[in-house]
Design a protein around this ligand. Structure first.
Ligand code: ADE
Length: 231
């Protein structure tokens, strides 16, 4: 999977991908991350990427030319999708991540501080994606959320130890509670069932915990799960 990220802050993308599981996915060529800055595609000597809005109003607007030229410089693969990170987009979730993981290339446009000139949308026609109903200073963190979450789903990213099978949402439920050593901490004991080595019982306990948690914390997911498992 190749991620091409258009951003005014390429170091934010490169830095965040250079640790832990993301670094390992890069080192083992499961993913490739290429940050491109529209600033390198400006035609004026001041490398201007934004300007004041026509019609007036606060803030600056990202200019179409540097973004479109930077976008057009990217070599497109056959099985490719282009996203634009914006609070106006469809909300990202695990299902969207699963669909995105089927592509060979994801191109991501990030804004920063300001909006995009509408002609960037007209020409590139990206799928607009939000990570939630709040506004961040730029699209880099949202882009990284998508890159991280999609990368987890690719064969070879997670080791056996980190299997995604039990991740929250993978089976439509939240994760069950986990414990590690010691058996007792500040008077709090690890549930007995986890200590007896009976895997059928352990699985039953964990499933029950998933259902309790999901019902309490995310009744919407719980209802959907019950409906889907009935069908
Ligand atoms: N850019 C700024 N805020 C955002 C959000 N919530 N989702 C995606 N991109 C954004």
């Amino acid at each position: 999977m190749r991620f091409d990220v258009l951003t005014l802050f390429p170091e934010m993308i490169n830095e965040a991908c250079s640790h832990s599981i993301m670094k390992r996915a890069l080192d083992s060529d499961v993913i490739e991350v290429n940050a491109i800055t529209p600033r390198d595609y400006t035609l004026d000597k001041h490398k201007k990427v934004d300007d004041t809005p026509y019609g007036g109003g606060a803030g600056m607007v990202l200019m179409a030319q540097p973004y479109v030229d930077a976008y057009e410089s990217i070599e497109k693969q056959d099985n490719s999708i282009t996203l634009m990170m914006t609070p106006q987009g469809e909300t990202f979730d695990n299902n969207m991540g699963r669909k995105l993981a089927k592509y060979d290339q994801i191109i991501i446009l990030c804004g920063h501080y300001e909006g995009f000139d509408e002609r960037i949308r007209d020409i590139i026609q990206p799928k607009e994606v939000s990570i939630g109903d709040f506004v961040l200073t730029g699209g880099e963190l949202p882009a990284l959320c998508v890159i991280d979450s999609v990368s987890r789903k690719l064969d070879g990213t997670l080791g056996k130890q980190e299997s995604m099978e039990y991740d929250s949402f993978e089976d439509g439920l939240l994760e069950y509670p986990q414990y590690t050593k010691p058996r007792e901490y500040r008077g709090l004991e690890v549930p007995e069932v986890l200590l007896n080595g009976n895997h059928a019982l352990i699985n039953e306990y964990r499933k029950e915990q998933q259902l309790i948690r999901t019902k309490q914390r995310r009744p919407d997911l719980y209802e959907k799960y019950i409906k889907d498992t009935k069908d």
